[in-house]
Each structure stands twice: as C-alpha cells, then as structure tokens.
Design a protein around this ligand. Structure first.
Ligand code: B12
Ligand code: SF4
Length: 472
C-alpha cells in the first residue's frame, strides 16, 4: 500500500524534568533523516508528549526504538497501533539481541544498525511487500553516514526541548566484558566518523554541549591517537561549553591528548572502573582490575589536565561479597571523583553473563523487562542473597546521592577549578548527580500494564523524590 507517513516513537519513562526531557532522540533523528524527502516523517518522544493514536492509521509505518527496559512499553504501543491498522516495526537493542522475543508480536523487526535496511523497509512497505525481519550487521562504514536533515532538526528542536543532546563520533568496542552488549549492537571493530562530518553536524545542530553515544571513546586514545589529535584540534575552534564521553582508565596514560581534549572543551570523562574488587577482573575484559591505587592515579592524572571524572561502578559480580558496598563507599569518599554512577549487574540477553547464569539456573523468573534497568536485582548472586544485593545497593545509593553528599562533592569539585569556571562546573556537577539520583529513584518503581509502571512511594524505602509520570 502506498505509504502516507512514517512515525518514529521513543517510548516514554521519566517524562519531563523541570520542563525538558532528558534524552534527546538521537537514534530516531538518524533514522528520520534516512526517510525519503517526499515521505512525511514525525518523531514522537513520549517523554515530551503522548503518542497521538487517533492520527495514526492503516497507511502509516510506525518505527519504535527500544532498549530492553523499554520493550514492554513498545509492545503495549504496538498492540494499540496495530488495532488501528498501522504497521509497526521494532528496532534497537532488544530487537537485535532477542529477535524471537519481539517477532512474536511486532509486524516486522530491524536487527542491527539499519542504515541499509531502514530505507529498504520504507520502500518495501510502500510496495506492499514488507518482510518480517531485516538484518543489518555489516557494521556500515561511518564515512557514508547520511547527515541529519534540516526538517528533522527543526522538528526535534533539541536545544529547546532537551537537557542533553547526543552525538556519535566513533562506534564499536574490541573488548568483551561479560555483562556488556556493546559488541552485538556496535561491533568489535572501532569505526570512526570523519572529523569534518562531526564538525559540520555540531555546527548545523548549533549544539554547545553534548554527550557522546560512543561506547568507549577513550579507547581511541590508544587505538587511534592521530585521529584523536585531529578531532581535538578541530573541536577546540568551536564555541562549545563542554562535552562528556565514556572512557576507560588508559586515557590517563596520554597526558598530551588529555591536554588537547581539555582545549577541545572536554568537560568530563565517564570512566568504567566497574569494581573495587580485584576478584572480578575476568569479567571486565582486561580493562579494570580492582586496583584502587591505580584508580586514584587515574583520577589525579585526568584532573591534572583540568577534566572531571565520573566513576562508574557495577555490583553483583560472582566475586562480590556483601562488604563490597562498604569497600566501594570508602573508596568513593576518599577519592576526588566528580560524580559516581552505581548500577546492579543486569544479565541482558545475548551476553555471556546471561548464558552462564541461565545454565546455572540463577535467573529470577517472572521479572518484567522494564525492570532490567540496572537498578533491580534479576538473578541470584553468588556470595550474597538477592535481598543483600538490593539492600546494599539502596544503602550505597542513599550515601552517594543524598543531598548532603551531592552538595559536598559539588563544593569539592568547585574548589579544584578557577573562579571563572564555577558556573559551568556547578551546573555540570549537579546535573550529573541529579541524573543518577533519578535513575536510582526507579527502585521505587512498580511495573504497570502500560509497559511503563509508576512510582510507589516507599516500595524500596529509598525515599528519593518521586519521578514525574510520563505523558500519555
Ligand atoms: C547513548 C546511550 C545512552 C543514553 C541515552 C540515549 C537515548 N536517547 O536513548 C543514556 C546515557 C541516557 C543511556 C541510559 C541508559 N542506557 Co544506554 N546506551 C547508550 C549507547 C552508548 C549508545 C546508543 C546510541 O544512541 N547509539 C547511537 C545511535 C545512532 O544508534 P542506536 O541507538 O544503536 O540505533 C541504531 C540501531 O540500533 C538501529 N535502531 C535503533 N532503533 C531502531 C528503530 C527502528 C524502527 C529501526 C528500523 C532501527 C533502529 O538503527 C540505529 C541507526 O543505526 C548504547 C550502547 C550502544 N552501542 O548501543 C547504550 C545502551 C543502549 N544502554 C544501555 C543501558 C543498560 C542503559 C541504562 C539502563 C543504563 C543506566 N542504568 O543508566 C539507561 C537507560 C535509560 C533509559 N531510560 O532508556 C544498554 C542496553 C542493554 C539492553 N539490552 O537494553 C546499552 C546497549 C549499553 C550496553 N553496554 O549494554 N544510554
Ligand atoms: S569496555 Fe565498556 S563498551 Fe567495551 S565491552 Fe567493556 S563495558 Fe562494554
């Protein structure tokens, strides 16, 4: 049937926070830019507005993106949209990792990156020949990435509607941490976008701040130093306020590149320390060893370049005893980390971690996908009970995301930078901490029939401020 319109939906979860939504729909902006000019396209971010069911009908193709924690909502939406005669395609992480799970209820699925298959799906739908499954795991050359179109940028108006614009510069990770899905969704080969294309995109989007979607941007300090030098020299000419990226500890061993990165307005590196327990090194693909002295050195060296450090820690590895929370807290308190992310290990489909625990019969049955959010316990840990893992996590969350702890960290971060940088630093520190505090609020989250759920005060005795309900 000839296509009338394409809708692209980002399922909601947290709604607006102080008037804006947190996550700009970068994935959908890229996909919408692949829609031929003659076909109308509309992006719906449910954190900003409800899905307009009454406007969507039989000649429309609806694409929904979903990580695992959004897939229950994607299914709820699909059932309603199909009832209106629309055709629904599901893509993104969960469809890529668990295609059969999604094929059971979606009209079609897109496995992998979809740079090649998404335009083909639109064309097939237009000719009435849409197939059920499209696989694109060729790890497209990022040299040829289609630029974001002006109609998409105008429609999303990201500087007005969102706290954080996203940007992709590199993609892939050659490591293979047992709990991570990166190699299935982004490939093991590190791919780089041409520096000129990155600069052009930043200028056209008029973004002054951004968070890189790159899984392991920092690994390029070792793998592609020449590219990084070229990139930083280009970015330092732009009037940016600051940007942040995910990295690993080895960035600290490249002081010259760190200095250039700071000149290029890099504000903070999110470093995956992952664990303060030296017994977990096998799970961490060789990148972190629980060596606290080394962690301190890394933080000091990155700080010396004028760049902030957010420490990422995961809990519930098979080597983790109940004391891991206290050990990690002691480290966090005496380290000079700018901010901290704490998450519970989550066995996503397609990871070696899940395969092992499935075999050992340790996955807790009946947990909805919406609680695969890294804030909930979904398996039986080895050296603690599930309750001990949940309680230890709640204890640590209260310690590190309490208002007093956040204010103290904020003040310590300000003390490290010159007075002229205080406004930038204060906003940066506070927004990262508040973001993680909100993530932890999902401990008070009870899944609902609408695939989203709601906050039930006191569900975890966490006591953080309640989240706003998503619109619609
Ligand atoms: C950036 C990012 C974020 C951003 C959010 C960005 C956003 N707007 O959603 C932030 C930092 C907020 C974030 C948060 C979280 N994230 Co995250 N995130 C990423 C990351 C690093 C990159 C995603 C990205 O934007 N890539 C760039 C865009 C262009 O590519 P893409 O999204 O992959 O989309 C392509 C294809 O997947 C496909 N596609 C996608 N959707 C669709 C839809 C259709 C219809 C079609 C045809 C194709 C298609 O085509 C696109 C173009 O090629 C990925 C890792 C990764 N490499 O994917 C993790 C990842 C998606 N995140 C993950 C997780 C676990 C989380 C958190 C739960 C972590 C936490 N505790 O905070 C939260 C959840 C927040 C939430 N409410 O959704 C996991 C998901 C695992 C899973 N099985 O679901 C991943 C895979 C990381 C990992 N290492 O395991 N994340
Ligand atoms: S280094 Fe990071 S992105 Fe790479 S596999 Fe490990 S956790 Fe995933």
């Amino acid at each position: 049937m000839p296509i009338r319109k394409v809708y692209l939906i980002q399922p909601g979860r947290d709604g607006r926070i102080w008037g804006k939504a947190t996550m700009a729909p970068y994935t959908l902006m890229r996909l919408a830019s692949l829609v031929p000019d003659e076909v109308p396209v509309e992006i719906i971010d449910e954190d900003l507005r409800p899905t307009p069911f009454d406007q969507i009908g039989p000649d429309d193709l609806v694409g929904i993106t979903a990580k695992t924690l959004q897939i229950d909502r994607a299914r709820w939406l699909t059932e309603r949209l199909k009832a209106r005669g629309a055709t629904v395609v599901i893509g993104g992480t969960h469809a890529t990792l668990a295609p059969d799970d999604v094929l059971a209820w979606a009209d079609a699925i897109a496995v992998g990156e979809a740079y090649r298959t998404w335009p083909q799906m639109i064309d097939d739908f237009d000719r009435g020949e849409l197939k059920r499954m499209y696989v694109d795991e060729e790890w497209a050359n990022l040299d040829d990435l289609k630029p974001l179109t002006d109609r998409v940028l105008k429609q999303v108006d990201e500087n007005r509607n969102y706290w954080t614009p996203y940007l992709e510069i590199t993609r892939g990770c050659p490591r293979n941490c047992t709990f991570c899905t990166a190699i299935r969704v982004s490939g093991r080969v590190m791919r780089l976008r041409p520096v000129e294309a990155v600069v052009e995109e930043i200028q056209r989007r008029k973004i002054k701040r951004f968070f890189l979607t790159d899984d392991n941007f920092g690994l390029n300090f070792r793998l592609n130093p020449d590219y990084m030098e070229k990139l930083f020299k280009a970015l330092r000419k732009l009037p940016l306020q600051g940007w942040t990226a995910q990295a690993e500890q080895l960035t600290a061993d490249h002081p010259d590149l760190l200095k250039l990165a700071r000149e290029a307005h890099l504000d903070k590196l999110f470093i995956g320390f992952e664990s303060a327990n030296p017994n977990n090194r096998r799970e961490l693909g060789g990148k972190a060893k629980g060596n606290l002295a080394r962690y301190r050195q890394v933080i000091d060296r990155i700080h010396a370049a004028g760049i902030g450090v957010v420490g990422l820690f995961v809990f519930g590895f098979d080597g983790d005893p109940p004391e891991i929370f206290q050990t990690t807290y002691d480290f966090i308190r005496e380290s000079s980390l700018d901010s901290v992310s704490i998450t519970i290990l989550t066995p996503y489909v397609g990871t070696p971690q899940r395969a092992q625990w499935e075999q050992e019969n340790r996955l807790i049955p009946g947990i909805p996908w919406s609680l695969y959010d890294t804030n909930h316990v979904t398996y039986v840990p080895k050296l603690m009970t599930p309750e001990q893992l949940a309680q230890g996590y709640d204890w640590l969350a209260r310690k590190v995301y309490g208002w007093r702890a956040m204010a103290w960290r904020g003040a310590r971060n300000l003390a490290r930078v010159p007075l002229r940088d205080w406004p930038r630093k204060a906003v940066g520190s506070f927004s990262t901490d508040v973001g993680y505090r909100i993530e932890c609020s999902h401990r008070d989250w009870m899944p609902g029939d609408d695939g989203i759920g709601q906050v039930v005060k006191g569900a975890s005795k966490q006591g953080f401020f309640p989240l706003r309900q998503p619109t619609g």
